[in-house]
Each structure stands twice: as C-alpha cells, then as structure tokens.
Design a protein around this ligand. Structure first.
Ligand SMILES: [Zn+2]
Ligand SMILES: [Zn+2]
Length: 138
C-alpha cells in the first residue's frame, strides 16, 4: 500500500486516507497530499460517524457530477412539476365548475390564463436546464 500521489509507503506510522467511495487499494493518499493536518486526521479517526468523507480524484469527479449538481437540479424540477400538477388540478376544477354554469366567456378567459401559466412554466424549465448545463461546464 502506498500513497497514490507521492508514492510513500503507508505503514502504521503514516497517516493516510482511503477513498470512502471505491475503497480501492490504490486510492490511498497520505494526509500531506490531501492537505490534512494530523489533528484533523486524528479527529476523523476517532469519530467514525463523522460525515466528512474523502474521495479519490476519480470518485470526486463522478460524485460531483453524478450526485451533487444533478440532485440539486432534480429536486428543483420535481418541485416545479409538483407546482404544475397543483395548478392543473385547480384549473380542471374551475373548468368543471364553469362548464356546469355554461359560461363560455369565463371559460375563454380561463383558457387564456392557462396558456399564460404554461408559457411561464416552459420558460422556467428552460432557464433551469441552462443553469444545470452552465454548472456542469464550469
Ligand atoms: Zn502522499
Ligand atoms: Zn475512489
């Protein structure tokens, strides 16, 4: 076992971290190479429940793209879709009421509002997609 960056052999006297994700044998890095003070290292080792994780370069990249950004935008899209569903429910309910009254004029007004809402949501989703892409590229 040796540090994947500087190649130092990792024995009992060398403080090093193994990738928390792939846990592969060549993912070890000594604390000098991950810029960790030995105080912090000691703290990590005696707090196994500590939420701080270290990922090797390979996992760090796939982790950031696979989970981090994606999860954030997914939840935004989810809440936006939830909003759309609630709005459509409301509008369907209103339409039914209006149909019962046979008020054609009101119904036409509702249809115009519905189109406006659709347009706003479409623009919102587009903006969200652009934001995601910019974040992935940067
Ligand atoms: Zn090293
Ligand atoms: Zn890894």
């Amino acid at each position: 076992m040796s540090c994947s960056a500087c190649g130092i052999v990792i024995g009992d006297d060398v403080k090093a971290l193994q990738c928390d994700r792939c846990q592969s044998n060549d993912s070890w890095k000594c604390i000098d190479c991950v810029d960790l003070s030995s105080d912090v290292y000691d703290h990590l080792m005696c707090n196994m429940n500590c939420s701080l994780k270290w990922f090797c370069d390979k996992c760090d990249v796939s982790n950031a793209i696979g989970n981090g950004h994606q999860a954030a935008s997914d939840s935004k899209i989810d809440s936006l879709l939830g909003l759309v569903e609630r709005l459509l429910d409301k509008l369907t309910g209103l339409e039914t009421k209006l149909n019962e009254k046979c008020n054609v004029q009101e119904l036409n007004k509702m249809e115009i509002r519905l189109k406006e809402v659709e347009e706003i949501l479409r623009r919102g989703l587009l903006q969200l997609k652009v934001n995601c892409l910019t974040r992935l590229i940067m």
